[in-house]
Design a protein around this ligand. Sequence first.
Ligand code: B12
Ligand code: SF4
Ligand code: SF4
Length: 414
Amino acid sequence: MIDCAETAVDYHSTTCNTIKLSFTSIILHFYKQLMIDLTDIKISLLDEINKEGFQQAGISTTDTSPYFESFAKWVSEGFNGQMDYLNRNQDLREFPAKLHANTCRVISLRYDYLPENPRFNQVLEDQNLANISRYALGRDYHKLIRKKLSRLCKRLSNICNSENNIELDYRVFVDSAPVLETSFAEKSGLGWKGKHTLVINKDAGSWFFLGEIFINLPLPIDESVENLCKDCVACLSICPTQAIIAPYKVDARRCISYLTIENKGAIPVEFREMIGNRVYGCDDCQLICPWNRYAISNVNNDFESRNNLDSSSLLSLLAWDEKNFLSNFEGSPIRRIGYQSWLRNLAVAIGNSPASKANIDALLYKQKDANEMASEHFDWAINLQNTHLIDDKREHKRNRKLIRTIKKLMPNHV
Ligand code: B12
Ligand code: SF4
Ligand code: SF4
């Protein structure tokens, strides 16, 4: 078992004066050897990450200031909505060593999820299709990345043991624990936090997941990189619900990702028309971001769209019963929102799609499967379809802007 290198220095300073000189040289020798070992281990780590499909890793200390303070303020102002888990375990979030004892470094890793041909424009051009955010079209990233991180750690642990005689103590995380993931990623130089609050890498854009390894080894840390958002405000302007209320500040309660995924109850009426045909999450702030022209497609097919989800009509998805929902979404993150929230989201999107008798008939027919919460969204949608209240023009204007941007920035991804 080995603690942080700083411990060696602390220990040194407490030694008795009479044996100070010889002891200093022993400690220095130990410290130098340790530094060589740690640098070797870091090199081995960087060699190993690609074998599990990660594109990049960066290392930071466990210090969470000033990020934790901004986070705590954000929660205290209620921007987390019903996501109560963000208001719990604050000491574990602030002090990683409390979450996993002996942690003195955080390794942040990047896993790109953009497939070869994401065909973003289809669902923007045709409002009868379901717009599902890119990250959710394929396998559930939580399980996939956690497995990859665990395998990576086992290999690293073997290297530490066999080549360096060091015992590695570690724990892996993906979006599942009180960990300030984007803050560690920024600290470790994986990219900078954009004004939409996601991490952007200047050579790879922002279409990636983050994962972390907490370890007990004081590996050499990486430098953070310059924030290159500069004067751009494209994400703030395009956001359909004005959820990015100020640069670097998202009011989750307004964000379509929150409204369609995290929110367990009714979607507030004021946001329903703004949601358009988005039935699970939202990608608009990433689609408009100029740095995503450098986004890298992942050649592994882990996140390829399943069941033609990238081009399914809203009505075909509405036709699924609960059994279909559960089986078709086996291994997909969408399964976790449950059938009633799925029906709720589909009802809102169909309400917003071009009015037709087929839509109204399908909504009337399916309403019998909806519980009280979801059913009220069916009433709303049928009413909207009947009275043609939808402001088609505004939505189309916004989407035309996104379509033009995607064609320009990512001609291979239309
Ligand atoms: C809660 C959460 C959400 C919430 C809230 C989002 C948010 N922006 O806070 C909701 C449900 C809305 C959401 C949506 C999405 N999420 Co999310 N989410 C998380 C989660 C679990 C926690 C994030 C968090 O702590 N938010 C709280 C805010 C307060 O923290 P903050 O962004 O760090 O910013 C504060 C400070 O750091 C400070 N600050 C930071 N930088 C700067 C710079 C300056 C100059 C200033 C002044 C201040 C400042 O200001 C903020 C306070 O106002 C993380 C995983 C994790 N454990 O970290 C994933 C995570 C951030 N999400 C992720 C993704 C992919 C998404 C979506 C794209 C999914 C989708 N397609 O629908 C959207 C994007 C929406 C968006 N623009 O953020 C990825 C992002 C990967 C990346 N490249 O960065 C993560 C990291 C999950 C993962 N493991 O990959 N998410
Ligand atoms: S995900 Fe959509 S709703 Fe949320 S901040 Fe980005 S653009 Fe706005
Ligand atoms: S759209 Fe512009 S402001 Fe927003 S994150 Fe990208 S570069 Fe930054």
